[in-house]
Structure formats: C-alpha cells, structure tokens
Design a protein around this ligand. Structure first.
Ligand SMILES: [Zn+2]
Length: 243
C-alpha cells in the first residue's frame, strides 16, 4: 500500500489509492498497524476520525495520533507477569531511585544560590562602582597624558597604555580599546617628534613670510609717501624759483 501524506498536521492519516480514487488510511502511533478507510481526503479530519473510531480506533485530536484496536486491547507491558517477585523487586528499586532523585523546592533553591550567602546586591554594586572609578581614572590619565591631533596622538614622555592600565587598574586591552576608540591611534614618538617639528616649521615660515610681507608693504607705503612729499616740495620750489 503506497502511502502519501496529504492531510497536513494529521500524521495518523495518510492517503492511499483506492479502486477509483484516493482514500484516507490510518496508522497506529504505537505499533504502526495500518488500515485503509473509505473516506476521501477532502473530508474534514473530524469526520474521518469519527469513521475510524466507529471501526474501533482511538483517534486523538482529529488525527494527530491514533491507537489501533489491538494496541487498545493489549497495552505495552514490558514486565513479565510470570515472575511476580522479580517484577515487584524492580518496582521497589525504581521507586527508591525516584525518591533519591526527588529534591524538595527548598533544596533546589539552596542549590541554585551562590555558595556563600553574602548579600549579592552589595557585592554587585561595589564591583560596579570600582569599575566606574577605574574607567574614570583611565579617562583622566588619557586626557592628561595623551595628546591627540586628529585621529592620532602620542603619550607624554614616560607614559604608555601599560602605565595607564597599571594606574587605573584596568586590563591593557581595555585601555587600548578605549584609547583607540575615544582618543586616537598612538603614533611612533620619533615620527610624532618629526611631524611636530615639521608643523612648527610650517607655522614659522608662514609667520616669517607674513612679517616680511607686512614689512615690505610698510616700506613701500612709507617710501611712496616720502617720494610724494618730496615731489610736491620740489614742484613748489620750482614754482617759486620760476616766478
Ligand atoms: Zn497498534
């Protein structure tokens, strides 16, 4: 019998080809016994379930599972009935194991708590406070001893990530992470020195050129004024002389 599932979410039912059309069959969830029915797959599962129930099947939740008449008559009984004493002994042992495994709600609660009964809230709060203080110290030290210029920076002489880590009491990786994210990359001190010198030289050149330019303008302005004054005086003198 070829079985093709068609009734979704009704694993106890399956469709199977009948003489002229598809029909619904049923399968036992316990032993796998199957029985072909006469219902069409299009019928409501409740109706199909009712028809199989009439044939002696126990159908649960309209076909989610089912038990065949045979399994209902003889439920699975793994314990042999011919050795009553051994059976009873097994039952006693099982009960003893069950009792040993039982933990009262109170015992479970104790087991779930931390080993020491210290006030957990206080411990958490004080460790949080310490962490905040350490972070604050780190930020203060970075602010005081790490000079940034854009995305890069440099430590003052004698300062480093390691020293900030030590003094703040934070992991080195934490200091590096925060410094990179919030302050800047560390540049090689020698490069930083050269970069600083270059920047200073550029500033000085610009300032010097500016001063010279100002001086030149002053000279030109004053010279022009002097020339004009002398030209005027000369013209006046010539005027007087020609009279
Ligand atoms: Zn069965």
């Amino acid at each position: 019998m070829k079985r093709t599932h068609n009734l979704t979410n009704r694993p106890a039912f399956f469709t199977t080809p009948g003489n002229s059309r598809m029909k619904v069959g049923i399968i036992c969830s316990t032993c796998g016994e199957i029985e072909a029915g006469s219902d069409r797959p299009g019928l409501p599962p409740a109706v199909i379930a009712r028809h199989f129930a009439a044939k002696g099947w126990k159908v649960y939740r309209e076909g989610v599972s089912a038990t065949c008449p045979k399994c209902q008559a003889a439920p699975p009984a793994p314990i042999e009935t011919d050795d009553a004493e051994a059976s009873l002994e097994r039952q006693r042992a099982a009960e003893a194991r069950r009792q040993a495994a039982i933990v009262t709600p109170g015992e479970r609660l104790v087991a779930a708590l931390p080993p020491k009964s210290e006030p957990t809230m206080t411990t958490t709060t004080s460790s949080t406070t310490n962490a905040i203080r350490a972070q604050a110290t780190m930020h203060r030290l970075l602010g005081e001893h790490f000079t940034t210029d854009g995305a890069v920076g440099a430590y003052d002489e004698g300062w480093s990530d390691a020293r900030v880590s030590n003094e703040a009491g934070l992991a080195l990786v934490e200091v590096v992470r925060v410094r990179e994210a919030a302050y800047g990359r560390v540049v090689d001190p020698r490069l930083a020195k050269l970069e600083t010198a270059l920047a200073a030289a550029q500033v000085k050149l610009t300032r010097d050129l500016g001063e010279i330019t100002t001086m030149l303008e002053t000279i030109r302005e004053e010279g022009t004024k002097a020339l004009a004054a002398l030209t005027r005086q000369l013209a006046e003198a010539r005027g007087l002389a020609s009279r």
